[in-house]
Unconditional design. Structure first.
Length: 350
């Protein structure tokens, strides 16, 4: 008997389904919020270490409570709305950004069969839901009725569209090889893919796409060196300039939740997800969710490493990379992969 059926047998079909899914949502959302707080702390510690500084080390043991202190400070501040702003849209924008960052996690497989919604079009759902995040940025820039947030919103829209096109073609390559849009099926297709390793990343045809996806993930989440939407020297703080208190905090929470999501997608699509690195029986003694968590941490360290060491791109360089390099490269790779699979897997028969 599944957990859903168990809840329905005790509470009735409708209430049982609602209670079970509400519990599962909280089981995902609450640890994710805690993870965001710890990830912000880890981010600051990594930057500090690379700049030979200490980072947060006062609030709590080793500074672990610094993120919670910052959250309390923001919560107690006054929410200031500019007099010329569109009040409704101004407050709606951070809610959209934060909500979209959470709903995408519904289809992420934490282990075999362990997903809130194990749907067959999980990859399309992620692509569609994550694309909605640009609306929060555009609305915040326009509703602020200030030129710097508006310029930042225009930059963000162009940037996200540019790199989502390349991400789309990268996902097509993965779907062609796995033969499914279901994220669990994609992970299972990576068992012993190259010798005894689990993951598409070591496949010579898919490794370039793994690199393109990782760099596009940096651009999609507006992380350095692609943080042109928050370029302090040009746009003050970009689309967040007029925000304060919890409305500002929601933008940050949504941004870091998206960063964790992109780290998870990098590991799920190319590096085996919840599978151990090697297809060795003893490694399966470790729960799949632990392997996924370790891989997310590795990718997040690389995200922070890049931010601490790589200088910011100019905007024309950002657009050139997306449209003139990644788009043609991903298109060519879709043709190569589909042709390779046609002749090896399907015998050249259309």
């Amino acid at each position: 008997m599944t957990w859903t059926a168990w809840a329905q047998s005790y509470l009735g079909e409708g209430p049982g389904w609602f209670v079970f899914n509400a519990a599962m949502i909280l089981l995902i959302a609450l640890p994710l919020m805690l993870a965001v707080a710890m990830i912000i702390y880890a981010d600051r510690k990594i930057w500090a270490a690379m700049a030979l500084r200490r980072g947060p080390n006062v609030v709590g043991p080793f500074g672990l409570l610094q993120s919670f202190a910052d959250g309390l400070k923001v919560f107690l501040q006054e929410t200031i709305i500019p007099s010329s702003a569109n009040k409704g849209l101004f407050l709606l924008a951070p809610i959209i950004t934060f909500t979209v960052a959470l709903i995408v996690w519904a289809v992420v497989p934490f282990d075999a069969g362990m997903a809130l919604a194990d749907i067959n079009v999980g990859l399309l759902y992620i692509l569609a839901a994550s694309s909605l995040g640009v609306y929060g940025v555009i609305i915040s820039g326009w509703a602020s009725n200030s030129k710097y947030p508006f310029y930042s919103a225009l930059r963000a829209a162009a940037q996200m569209v540019s790199y989502e096109v390349s991400i789309g073609f990268v996902l097509i390559s993965v779907v062609l090889w796995a033969g499914s849009f279901n994220l669990g099926t994609i992970v299972e297709a990576q068992r012993s893919h190259v010798w005894i390793t689990n993951g598409f990343g070591l496949n010579p045809l898919l490794f370039p796409m793994a690199v393109v996806f990782f760099i596009s993930s940096l651009a999609e989440t507006a992380r350095a060196p692609f943080d042109l939407t928050e370029a302090e020297s040009e746009l003050v703080a970009g689309y967040q300039t007029e925000y304060s208190s919890m409305s500002f905090a929601l933008f940050w929470l949504g941004e870091y939740a998206n960063v964790i999501l992109m780290c998870a997608l990098n590991s799920i699509l190319f590096w085996g997800g919840y599978l151990p690195p090697l297809d060795i029986p003893i490694l399966y003694a470790v729960p799949g969710i632990i392997w996924l968590f370790i891989k997310i941490l590795v990718f997040f360290f690389i995200f922070s490493w890049v931010k601490a060491t790589v200088p910011r791109y100019r905007y024309d360089q950002l657009m050139r990379l997306g449209w003139k390099i990644f788009l043609p490269l991903s298109l060519i790779w879709v043709v190569l992969i589909s042709g390779y699979l046609m002749f090896t897997r399907y015998g050249g028969v259309a």
